[in-house]
Write a protein that binds this ligand. Structure first.
Ligand SMILES: [Zn+2]
Length: 489
């Protein structure tokens, strides 16, 4: 993100000066700012020219586009004649502009001064970002919140996305509400009926998946999303809204209910009665936390404790149902320790080869780095040349921007490559000897350690383990198809 852009906009005074025949302002400003870019060696990839002159952001399409791009983090900075050109509307607009710059950390460069939001001592920037007094800002914020709260109290749905079961509609201006999506509403009713007749969220999710009634975005229902639906008052025709001052507001919505208020209340009652599902100490007991992942879905494997002491590791995602089979923790421990023994043999046998390999890798990386640095230097040169071509009118501004963009892309690609090489060099953690020491330590101490110590030991030698097992064990079968893909450090 080393690209910069230019924002050009006429002030009212400029317009009057032009009327007196003092020449075209935007062209002059453009020249000045391009010159600034050249002096500071900045790559300009876009120029926003505001042709219409309106005070509010709504009346300034280029400003809207630029704010969007800034929010997306496209630029390191914006070049502008004076800071006032960015925002001179009402205070809300100023707040919006200030916030976009502050939150994305985008610099503002004028011919006189650079304002850096990342520098907290840059008081002028700070002043800009507040623009108005804090008090004013607070009033506006309060007014906006009050407006939203009032809208909710009137029963409007102001969320961005409609909840499952509904779509957003706006029957008249200022009225935002929901209408029922019939098939989805049918699924909602089924969820509540199952829940209130004793089924849990897990069973409900499994049933829906089995019937091929699927959620909007995910491939399958997961218990957590079912639970969210079961406890959302929106389905009983209510709108819920949280505020700091008044806590939770529950208003009658304008939208039609899918279930009755009684059903919703019963559902809340049932939630209160259900004991928490996760026993305490759950995560600390699981010493494979952050290490053992399901090869099928990529999520972490969970530990399921058992009364008789044989804890299992399993993937609880519905998408892995029937595809990923659980194992006892004991079996996994054995497999991991076996893999560690094997890894040690491997390391001992090829210590020298590994070391040669490392040296070779380092040299290759060094050569590559030199090559890239040379190429970067060349591009830097071309960048400077572009300015000359622009000044001597060989290039039009459009061609200049186009070429600048291409060069900038090339520079960024090379810099990324350079970063990757650097990263790899740093990631080459333990030497073979260090590895051997740690692996031996784990072998000697693992079984007697506490869960917490076990987790630390594993993390010292292993980056990640992928778990694969598709067949259930039975008393006739001797070997399991458990396979662990271990990424050693
Ligand atoms: Zn899985």
């Amino acid at each position: 993100m080393n690209a910069y852009c230019i924002y050009l906009r006429k002030s009212r005074a400029d317009a009057e000066a032009e009327a007196r025949g003092e020449g075209e302002t935007l062209a002059r400003h453009e020249h000045t700012l391009l010159d600034l870019a050249k002096r500071q060696n900045l790559t300009i990839t876009c120029i926003y020219r505001e042709i219409v002159s309106g005070d509010s952001i709504a009346a300034r399409p280029q400003m809207q586009q630029m704010l969007q791009d800034i929010t997306d983090g496209k630029y390191a900075g914006v070049l502008v004649m004076e800071i006032e050109r960015l925002a001179r509307g009402d205070t809300i607009d100023q707040g919006v502009v200030a916030q976009a710059f502050r939150e994305s950390g985008t610099k503002i460069l004028t011919p006189i001064k650079t304002y850096d939001p990342n520098n907290e001592f840059d008081e002028e920037y700070f002043e800009f970002s507040l623009f108005m007094s804090r008090r004013e800002y607070k009033t506006i914020k309060r007014r906006m919140q009050a407006g939203r709260a009032a809208s909710v109290k009137e029963g409007n749905y102001i969320g961005t996305n409609p909840p499952y079961g509904y779509r957003k509609v706006q029957p008249e201006p200022k009225v935002k509400t929901l209408e029922i999506v019939p098939e989805e509403a049918e699924a909602i009713r089924m969820m509540f009926e199952m829940y209130l007749s004793g089924d849990g969220a897990r069973a409900i999710a499994a049933r829906l998946n089995q019937l091929q009634i699927l959620p909007r975005k995910a491939a399958m229902w997961e218990p957590v999303s079912v639970r969210k639906i079961l406890h959302n008052p929106i389905y009983a025709g209510k709108i819920e809204w949280h505020t700091k001052k008044d806590g939770t507001i529950l208003a009658d919505g304008r939208h039609p209910a899918i279930i009755s208020w009684e059903q919703y209340q019963q559902s809340i009652e049932r939630r209160k009665q259900t004991a928490p599902q996760v026993p305490t100490g759950y995560t600390t007991q699981n010493y494979y936390h952050g290490i053992l992942f399901c090869a099928n879905c990529g999520h972490q494997m969970k530990r399921r404790p058992a009364a008789n002491g044989t804890a299992h590791m399993l993937c609880r995602r519905n998408e892995c149902r029937g595809k990923v089979v659980s194992s006892t923790v004991k079996k996994i421990d054995e497999a991991v320790l076996e893999a560690i023994r094997y890894r040690m043999q491997e390391l001992m046998l090829c210590k020298d080869t590994i070391r040669q390999d490392e040296t070779h890798k380092k040299e290759t990386a060094k050569r590559q780095r030199a090559k890239i640095e040379k190429a970067l230097e060349k591009l830097q040169h071309q960048k400077e040349k572009l300015h000359t071509l622009l000044e001597t009118d060989v290039y039009t501004v459009e061609v200049f921007l186009e070429r600048s963009k291409i060069i900038q892309q090339q520079i960024e690609a090379l810099e990324a490559e350079l970063g990757a090489i650097q990263h790899e060099a740093e990631a080459q953690g333990l030497s073979p000897e260090q590895s051997l020491l740690w692996l031996q330590y784990v072998l000697d101490n693992f079984l007697g350690a506490t869960p917490e110590q076990k987790n630390q030991m594993l993390r010292k030698v292993i980056r990640r383990i992928e778990y694969r097992k598709t067949q259930r064990m039975c008393y006739r079968k001797q070997d399991s198809d458990l396979s662990l893909h271990i990424d050693f450090l």
